[in-house]
Design a protein. Structure first.
Length: 185
């Protein structure tokens, strides 16, 4: 049976021929589509009001800074802060800010939130990957750190699932986590 015939047969069975010739189920195809539509974009005068309007649920407010506070820090640390609006297609869904912590000489996932209306749709995971890729590609960082407020089990679980590990350090009330870059693209 030729590869073309196998592809046709697999499509008829409801499966899709995926990356490197492996079968992928429909759920993975949907996730891949979400991944390809999530983007990090510059914050501009055209989108600043919408970015400032991003909100998390009330029970999450203790875990994250407001976007206004984050952008104020980005302004003060403009040489080492990299804020982005997170879009799914043309819809603003969140905010992420990567940075360089000069005191410790390392790169960070500094701020991160997905608007309450768009949570649990896979946008956060892909935005996190894009943020990590930004730092890896632009600065060729070998490690990226972040801090998690104790009790924020959702963020900690997401970070661990993407390769972050606990360092055991608690600083400024935050549990430090480290992501080691395995290879450069």
């Amino acid at each position: 049976m030729t590869k073309k015939n196998r592809n046709i047969k697999n499509k008829r069975k409801g499966r899709f021929w995926g990356y490197r010739g492996k079968n992928r189920d429909i759920k993975k195809q949907i996730i891949k589509r979400v991944d390809s539509m999530v983007q990090l974009r510059e914050i501009t005068k055209e989108n600043i009001e919408d970015v400032l309007a991003l909100k998390v649920r009330d029970d999450q407010k203790a875990y994250v800074s407001s976007v206004a506070e984050s952008l104020a820090q980005a302004y003060v640390y403009k040489e080492t802060a990299y804020p982005f609006a997170v879009y799914y297609d043309e819809t603003l869904v969140g905010f992420i800010m990567m940075g360089y912590y000069e005191v410790k000489n390392y790169y960070t996932l500094w701020k991160f939130l997905i608007d309450s209306e768009y949570q649990h749709k896979g946008y956060g995971r892909q935005a996190l990957r894009l943020g990590l890729d930004f730092v890896k590609d632009k600065f060729r960082a070998k490690e990226i750190y972040t801090g998690v407020t104790p009790g924020n089990s959702v963020a900690k679980s997401l970070y661990k699932s993407e390769g972050f590990v606990d360092t055991g350090l608690i600083e400024c009330g935050m549990e430090e986590m480290r992501y080691r870059v395995s290879s450069f693209s």
